[in-house]
Design a protein around this ligand. Structure first.
Ligand code: AMP
Ligand code: MN
Ligand code: MN
Length: 323
């Protein structure tokens, strides 16, 4: 549950403003984008002027383009010093990339998030690590504000919840999560549309790029870790981009011999973005946080400027300290 006083403080700031600027974490997933767009649509329905964006690279992942994205603007069109700014699904200002400086200049900042590693930034910090998705907290806020959940808003929130619970599979899925999902479907959200767009389709090139990455997978039986890399070149050879491989880690983690799955994504500039998942025995969130990233106990990530072999070797070396 989000605490009542914090919800009240957030809703007071929102009620008083005529315009609001919204941002979510870089490389947005279904929870980041769905939560932000849901709140944005509701604010617009309440006659607020709304701008929404996320930091570079500014590209909506293909599998989320079915969401109503008309409120989005590129980060360079985001207000430099917003009167009120609301941040979604980001545990720290660094996760906003260049929009972190807009957040620093905002007159008032509200942060809505569910990461255990959240740094508690912002004037109002609506953070609840027991929530399965930031979307649950956005729904609490809409109820507090008395704002109506239209079919479009319901679709955005259902996407947030479905994606962050791994389609209701993760331990974070509570009775409250499932009840909210039922309410959202009753309000007009379509589970089949979410399923089809997010999980049921990918460009043909995905098969090739995933094939290359899976072919390189390495199993460290002793430590129970399966890891692999996917590079910018794999993607350009296959004609796809980073937003198309968000679900690849779910295939890597199928290896039943491993508790931990690691996917290192090597970008064009040489930086490495690592996704980490655990079946339950390893606190990958703490490991990621100790290596400069963050996330949840069983799903986390980090970014490094070191060569991928070095980053992976360090993860393998340190993993047993987090069990
Ligand atoms: P991903 O592997 O990108 O799906 O991310 C898994 C989880 O870790 C999500 O909750 C992210 O918000 C979080 N996360 C991913 N990358 C980072 C990072 N560089 N810093 C902090 N948190 C991260
Ligand atoms: Mn997220
Ligand atoms: Mn989330």
């Amino acid at each position: 549950m989000s605490d009542g006083a914090t919800l009240n403080a957030a809703s007071e700031l929102i009620r008083r403003t005529g315009s609001v600027a919204l941002a979510c974490h870089v490389g947005p997933d279904g929870d980041a984008l769905g939560s932000m767009l849901a709140f944005g649509l509701a604010a617009r329905d309440a006659d607020k002027q709304v701008t929404a964006s996320f930091g570079s690279p500014y590209s909506v992942p293909r599998n989320l383009r079915f969401l109503p994205t008309e409120l989005l603007v590129p980060p360079e069109e985001f207000p430099a010093a917003p009167g009120l700014m609301v941040v979604f699904d980001a545990g720290s200002a660094e996760r906003l990339a260049e929009l972190g400086s807009n957040a620093a200049k905002a007159e008032k900042l509200i942060v809505i998030d569910h990461h255990a590693t959240n740094e508690g930034f912002g004037d109002v910090s609506l953070v609840d690590p027991s929530a399965a998705a930031t979307g649950e907290l956005v729904h609490d806020l809409l109820v507090e504000l008395g704002w109506k959940v239209t079919p479009d808003i319901a679709q955005c929130l259902l996407t947030a919840i479905v994606t962050d619970t791994g389609r209701f599979q993760y331990a974070s899925t509570s009775p409250r999560t499932l009840r909210l999902a039922a309410d959202l479907v009753a309000a007009g959200a379509s589970p089949s549309q979410v399923g089809r767009h997010v999980y049921g389709e990918a460009p043909f090139g995905y098969l090739k790029a995933a094939g290359a990455a899976l072919d390189r997978a390495h199993l460290d039986r002793e430590r129970g870790v399966v890891s692999t890399t996917i590079t910018h070149t794999d993607l350009t050879d296959a004609g796809i981009d980073w937003g198309d491989i968000d679900n690849l880690i779910d295939t890597v983690r199928l290896a039943e011999e491993a508790d931990v799955a690691v996917l290192a994504k090597v970008h064009e500039d040489g930086s490495v973005k690592v996704s980490l998942r655990s079946r339950g025995d390893t606190d990958v969130g703490s490991l990621a946080a100790d290596m400069g990233g963050g996330g949840h106990r069983l799903a986390a990530g980090l970014t490094s400027e070191e060569p991928p072999e070095k980053v992976l070797a360090e993860i393998h070396r340190r993993i047993e300290d987090y069990r």
